[in-house]
Ligand binder design. Structure first.
Ligand code: GLY
Ligand code: MN
Ligand code: MN
Length: 504
């Protein structure tokens, strides 16, 4: 019988003799010992952590970054930390796989933040040259405990100490974990609970799961209102997104010529996203013609043709992970047809009504109510609602809603480090809550007439329009952070002419 194959064959050959190990560990310049300056975000993270600390006094709070995810075999996806971890530590793009932030209850009250992570390994370790996932030869040098502490302004410890730290005083200190961030760390917490007799019965397990969910909810809800640093990051994301939209317009002739123009548009936007920031904040929706009527069209395999519209829903995520989320619907030829313009202007009017409702004191759901009313009015005026159904009848949430056939989605969502930010907040803190200065939300009504929609006038079929902007609530109203990207029909045509023809 032949030798049994190991479950994971290893196709790499690694020198393993002692002479080689001594050789590869020697002859390097000393590692720099100077520490980095404290990151700007470190001035803001203590206040964020204080919110969580105050909500859960005396408890040990565990916020993992999450681990690397396998793409295939020994190739991982680019790392993205869990948003709660990133928000509370200030670590953004790519940082730091397997790290865990622990808020340790302190005797004086409050919590001490401690970041557990895998620091740079010494050059005489196997990891240095032989570990393709973490080793310096493979992924570059990581921070040391000291440099990370200097950068973030908090205490740092080796990840190997996490298990003991979580188990310390088990049974006396309650533990909560953002469980969805890292299954391994969640399992570690469960083990500590079980060993201390606190996580064994059905009732205890249910209570522990609810306690964890409460922590995750708090981490999500606390991001509803952005601090000044976060607002600046949102501005940066929107500015980059505006430049990327310019670049897409400039490259439309090339996209048309090449075929699979939707992919070309995705690539041009992605190039600018990767150059300006970390990348796109979500997969770009590059939808020409009837594809615009598929709300999450991210296959982007279609051609661009003069006479069609291109719906581009795309946003740049900056290195801190804050993302824009902007939609423009562009006439590929540079000029709207009369029918396209009629539909476009209805959506534009709805968006203006939604934006006008963006002010403190109004509720989040008032924005949708204002925009959808304008959508319903146009559909009624065009004779598309069923016989006998007027605007009020269709707006009735119990017996109407016929208009939703042509705009099935909501008008707004919170925006920030996640494109659908604060998603775990309760309805009372989100939908039903009053808008407050510092909130950022999208306003993105649309009208979608599918090519096979026999209730739509023939001339409407195959036209889909959405206009989406990123709106910051201010003390007395709002500021449109993406307003530099033209959106009024005439302005869109003039913008495109300026870029494509060098004039209007
Ligand atoms: N881009 C996804 C959205 O607009 O919600
Ligand atoms: Mn959106
Ligand atoms: Mn969008």
């Amino acid at each position: 019988m032949s030798e049994k194959q190991p479950t994971k064959p290893d196709h790499r050959s690694r020198p393993n003799n002692e002479q080689f190990k001594t050789f590869i560990a020697s002859g390097w310049a000393p590692r720099p010992t100077d520490l980095p300056e404290q990151a700007e975000v470190a001035r803001w993270t203590p206040a964020r952590r204080a919110v969580v600390s105050e909500a859960f006094p005396g408890e040990r709070l565990v916020m993992p970054a999450g681990g690397l995810k396998v793409r295939s075999n020994d190739c991982d996806y680019v790392f993205r930390p869990h948003t709660a971890f990133s928000h509370l530590t200030g670590l953004g793009a790519d940082r730091e796989p397997d790290a865990v932030l622990v808020l340790e209850p302190s005797e004086e009250g409050g919590h001490d933040p401690i970041l557990y992570f895998r620091p740079l390994a010494p050059r005489d370790s196997e990891e240095f040259f032989a570990d393709s996932r973490y080793g310096e030869f493979w992924v570059g040098s990581r921070p040391t405990l000291e440099s990370m502490a200097a950068e973030l302004g908090l205490e740092t410890r080796h990840i190997d100490q996490l298990g003991d730290a979580l188990a310390k005083d088990a049974g006396q200190v309650a533990l909560r974990v953002v469980a969805e961030a890292d299954a391994d760390v969640a399992a570690l917490v469960e083990k500590v609970r079980a060993e201390s007799g606190l996580g064994t019965t059905e009732a205890q397990l249910t209570a522990a799961a609810e306690a964890d969910a409460e922590l995750a909810r708090m981490c999500s809800t606390m991001r509803l209102v952005k601090d000044d640093w976060e607002k600046d990051q949102m501005r940066l994301a929107c500015e980059g997104t505006a430049r990327a939209f310019d670049a897409v317009v400039a490259d439309l002739p090339e996209a048309k010529k090449r075929g699979r123009g939707e992919r070309w548009v995705e690539g041009v936007f992605g190039l600018h996203a990767r150059h300006h920031g970390n990348g796109v904040g979500y997969d770009s929706i590059c939808a020409a013609g009837d594809h615009a009527n598929t709300l999450h069209w991210i296959r982007n395999t279609g051609d661009l043709r003069d006479g069609d519209l291109l719906l581009l829903d795309a946003g740049i995520e900056v290195d801190s992970l804050f993302t824009a989320d902007v939609t423009r619907t562009l006439p590929i030829s540079g000029r709207f047809s009369d029918v396209q313009r009629r539909i476009y202007e209805a959506v534009y009017a709805a968006q203006q009504a939604g934006i006008a409702a963006c002010r403190p004191g109004n509720r989040f759901k008032d924005v949708h109510a204002a925009a959808i009313r304008v959508i319903a009015e146009h559909l009624h005026e065009w004779g598309l609602l069923p016989e006998g159904v007027d605007v009020e009848a269709t707006l009735d949430t119990d017996t109407g809603q016929y208009h939703r056939r042509w705009m099935v989605h909501g008008t707004s969502h919170h925006l920030g480090m996640d494109v659908h930010d604060c998603a775990q907040a309760l309805r009372e803190d989100y939908m039903d809550a009053e808008l407050r200065p510092g909130m950022v939300l999208t306003v993105e009504p649309g009208l979608y007439f599918k090519a096979d929609d026999q209730l739509a006038p023939e001339e409407f079929r195959g036209i889909g329009v959405r206009i989406e902007d990123d709106i910051l609530i201010t003390e007395d109203g709002c500021e449109n952070l993406s307003a530099m990207i033209p959106s009024r029909a005439d302005d869109v045509e003039a913008w495109m002419a300026r870029i494509l023809d060098g004039g209007a």
